[in-house]
Structure formats: C-alpha cells, structure tokens
Design a protein around this ligand. Structure first.
Ligand code: NAD
Length: 499
C-alpha cells in the first residue's frame, strides 16, 4: 500500500499529522493508498511558501506566464494515458471518460494561454481636461481551491490554471478520495516551468479546509462539491473576508416534448444519466416526458437500452459503459435511496439492486436503475442520488414540466428535447437554471464560456472558467491621472534630428 504525500514547495512531503484517509480502488474494493490529512500547521507552512513565491510570479510578464500554460498543455497530452489510468484507478470511471476528464481541464489551460489578452485593462483617453483614466487587473495573492472526487483532473485545472495565469499562487486541497492526479498535475506544472511554491497540493479533510478558510494569508477560495459543504464554505470563507465561489450539487431535469425524436432522446438520456455511474454534477437524474403517450414511448425506448448497459472495471477497456461508484458508503447511500423510492410507491422499471460482477464481488458496483411515476415529494426526486439511477416524472403539459425544473431547489443544468424552436426558446428564456441544453443532454459550456449553476447549485456571483475566472482571480485597480503641463509649454517644436 502506498503512503501518499503532499506537494509543498516543489517537493513531495510526507504527512506530519499522523492522520490518513484510505484511498480505494473502487473496482476491487481494495485500499490502494493512504492520503495524508494535513494539520493546520501544514497549511500554514504551505501558505508561507506561497506568499514568498507569489510576488516574483506576479511580476513575471503575462506572456511568460502564458508560456508555462502552453508547455503544460503539451505535457498533459504527452502524459494523457498515464493520467487517465491513475484517475480511473482511484475514481473507477472508464478510461475514455477519464481522458475526457483530463481533456476538459486541458481546454481551460488552453484558454489561459490567452492571459496577456484577458488581463489587458481598460483605458479612457481624455476622461477630463488633461485627465486619463485606466484600470488594471492585479492578482489577489494566494488563492486556494477545494475540489471533489468526481473530476480529479478537470476541476483542479479549472481553478489553478486561471488563478496562476493571473499571477496568483495556488494551494489545492483535492478530494482525499482521489489525490494522485492532482499531485501529478502539480509536478507537470513545474516541469512546464512554473516556479516552486506557486502550485502546491495539500491533502486533507475538514481540518485542512477550516485552516484554509480561517487563514489570513489566503485571499480567495474556490470550492466544488456537495451543496451542504458549499454553503458552509461560502458562509465561513466570506465571514473571514475572503473572495469565495462555491459550486454545489445538482438535480438536472431533461424535458422530453411529444415532438422530440424519441430514439435520439433515449440515447442522450442513457449517456447523460448513467455515464460515470451518474457521478457527474451535470448528469441527468430526472426525465420529464410531457404527456402520457410521450412517457410510455420514452420508457419503452429506455428500458432495453438501460438493461443492456455494460458495467465493469476500467481495465476491461472500451467494452464498458460505466464503472463502480467511488466508495462502499456511496453505494450504500444509493441503494438506500432506491429502496426509499420503492417504498414510496415509484415504479422500478429497471432494477439493478441485485447486480453482481463475477470476480469483482468486493468492488463498489451498482447496477443501472430506472424509475417511472416518481412524484416531487419523494426523496429520490428531492435528493441528489449521485449514482446510476434515473427518475421519470410524468408531466401533463409543457408548463407543468417547466415548473418542475423551476421549483426544484437545485439549478445546475437542464435540457429540453424538442423539434419546436418556439418551445425551446421559451424554455431557455424562462428556466431558472444556470446551464441549458437544447437537444443537448449535458450542456457543459466550453472553456471560453463559463460554467455555473443557479439556486442551491452555486454560491457567489462569478462562474468557473471563461472570462469570469479572470475576474474572480484578479482585483481591479482604477487610476485617474492628471499630469501638469509638461515640457511642451516651452519646448522645441521644430522637426529636427534626435541628437
Ligand atoms: P464533498 O462535498 O463531499 O467534498 C468536496 C470537498 O469538500 C472535498 O475536498 C472534501 O474533502 C471537502 N469536504 C468534505 N466534507 C467537508 C466538511 N465537512 N468540511 C469541509 N470540507 C469538507 O463532495 P464530493 O462527494 O467529493 O463530490 C460530489 C459532489 O460534488 C456532488 O454533490 C456533485 O454534484 C458536486 N459537484 C458539483 C460540481 C459543480 O460544478 N456544481 C462539479 C462536480 C461535482
């Protein structure tokens, strides 16, 4: 079993607190490593190093900083297979999906290569008599990020790439369930030319998080994870005077209108509902067919597709649709929620409860489940299950379907499947959800747009990546300048050679 490290001051450093978290291989159920859980003192040490290194990095011109990002992109591509394998081994997702995880992070790094352009300020020539006004974007200093287990490559990169491109130092506290890839990313950033101390990885749990939130030397905190923790971190971080953005859980609805192409809608739902075992914040977990006939057709199209999904370990190669969930506790929580749905009277059309994979009996595999006739009062509707479970809520009309998405407390993503441009346009305009797909089930915006939910899915007012991230990781300074009359008053105006 491997004892994992922190990455502090450009070195792999052993944990000093004596506390560790087990890191599992979810496919086999075996403990494959132990992640050290940092003490307050270890956080203090990392902040001290970051604060020392940051001014020189901020003074490095943005084009040079961008070149580090450019080289980092090359190294990510070079090590793609290695990163994906390490990611799948700790998370359980399939290898192609793990590569997607790295790729969607890499795209934000590519966006950050544009830092020199993105950091250009504003300028007003002649704001008054002899007065010019300009604003510049300056780094915050030391930023920290706290990330979830489900995208161990993408979400850390969504945070540290813009933070560092803007001239900040960054301390990453990744999920203690999947710490290997974040450590590898820090090494690659230094290989790409990043000075030591600008990106550090400190593993930990609540103790490390609280130390981050209370530390005077940390200017901003980014968080991605479940809603209760997002709410806690937002409140505490703000109370300690930090700039904070927190992205929480989800319950994404997909509305299927009677005129939708049912085969395409069913294919989209299967991918969006069960990909990565449903452990995606943009997974579709609620299908809302409009009208009884649409619902019957949808269930008929979904059932055979879901029953034929292949569940297995990432080592089976491309022949697997999704892998295990992350821990035994996650599996138990999912199965308890499924039972609560059955007890509440929902119809379990596809029952994955007895799923068992020969040779992997101790793995955290959960079979695919499909519920029909779910109602909004049920726990399986209200709570985020974060597993391979899709709930169908039948709506009598478009307005009823829209109201369901609107009334749910989560507002991360949503989608509508229809051939009617007017319905799609109305939905996109009215729904109170941050990211909307029209015949696109998982509308994750590309790197140059920004990512963020509404309602209880996000706290704070700026999104991840895109130009929002450059705003989040910088503060604006505005200068008003008036110069007294210069040499031009008594100067020489005749054209003559410079001598
Ligand atoms: P989590 O909230 O359990 O953990 C996230 C981070 O918070 C981890 O680094 C963890 O160590 C830390 N943490 C956990 N408990 C804490 C506590 N009591 N005090 C302080 N810190 C604590 O989330 P998870 O299980 O790792 O990830 C899954 C969740 O993340 C889901 O709810 C999913 O929807 C959400 N998610 C949201 C987005 C988004 O962009 N909105 C993206 C990915 C995942």
């Amino acid at each position: 079993m491997q004892e994992m490290t922190h990455y502090i001051g450009g070195e792999h450093v052993k944990g000093g607190s004596g506390r560790f978290a087990d890191v599992f291989n979810p496919a086999t159920g075996e403990v494959q490593g132990q992640a050290p859980l940092a003490s307050r003192g270890e956080i203090d040490h990392a902040v001290e190093i970051a604060a020392k290194a940051q001014p020189a990095w901020a003074a490095t011109n943005p084009q040079r900083r961008a070149r580090v990002m450019m080289e980092f992109v090359r190294l990510l591509n070079r090590d793609m297979d290695k990163l994906a394998e390490a990611l799948s081994r700790e998370h359980g997702k399939t290898l192609p999906d793990a590569k997607g995880d790295v790729q969607r992070g890499l795209e934000v790094v590519e966006f950050c290569v544009g830092a020199p352009h993105l950091l250009k300020g504003e300028y007003t020539d002649g704001a008054g008599p002899g007065i010019d006004m300009y604003s510049m974007r300056q780094p915050l200093g030391v930023s920290a990020g706290i990330t979830p287990f489900n995208f161990p490559a993408m979400i850390p990169m969504w945070m540290f790439a813009p933070a560092i491109a803007c001239g900040n130092a960054f301390i990453l506290k990744p999920s203690e369930r999947a710490p290997s890839v974040p450590l590898m990313l820090a090494e690659l950033m230094e290989e790409a030319g990043l000075p030591k101390g600008i990106l550090q990885v400190v593993n930990g749990d609540k103790e490390a998080v609280d130390a981050i939130l209370e530390h005077e030397g940390i200017a901003s905190v980014g968080f991605v994870g479940s809603t209760p923790i997002a709410e806690y971190i937002y409140g505490k971080g703000c109370a300690h005077g930090k700039r904070v953005q927190c992205f929480g859980g989800a319950k994404n609805h997909m509305i299927i209108m009677p005129d939708a192409d049912m085969e395409k809608a069913a294919d989209a739902l299967v991918g969006a509902g069960y990909g990565a075992a449903g452990e995606r914040c943009m997974a579709i977990s609620v299908a809302v067919p409009v009208g009884e006939e649409t619902a019957d057709r949808l269930i008929a199209a979904l059932k055979p597709r879901i029953e034929s999904l292949k569940v297995g370990p990432y080592t089976s190669g491309d022949d697997v649709d999704f892998g295990p969930v992350v821990t035994a506790a996650a599996k138990e929580n999912i199965l308890n929620l499924v039972q609560s749905g059955v007890d509440a009277g929902a119809e379990l059309v596809v029952d994955g409860r007895d799923f068992n994979l020969q040779g992997y009996e101790n793995g955290f595999f959960v079979g695919a489940h499909l519920f029909d006739r779910v109602t909004p009062d049920m726990d399986i509707y209200r709570k985020e299950i974060f597993g391979p479970v899709l709930s169908t809520v039948r709506a009598g009309s478009y307005e009823e379907a829209l109201k369901l998405a609107m009334d749910h407390e989560m507002g991360n993503g949503t989608a509508i499947f229809t051939r009617d441009g007017d319905a799609a346009r109305d939905f996109a305009n009215r729904v109170n959800v941050g990211m909307v797909g029209i015949n696109v089930p998982i509308p994750v915006p590309l790197a140059y747009h920004s990512f963020g939910g509404w309602k209880k899915s996000a706290f704070g007012d700026l999104n991840q990546h895109g130009t929002d991230s450059f705003k989040f990781y910088t503060k604006t300074k505005t200068v008003t300048a008036r110069w007294p009359s210069g040499i031009k008053e008594g100067g020489e105006f005749n054209f003559k050679p410079m001598d």
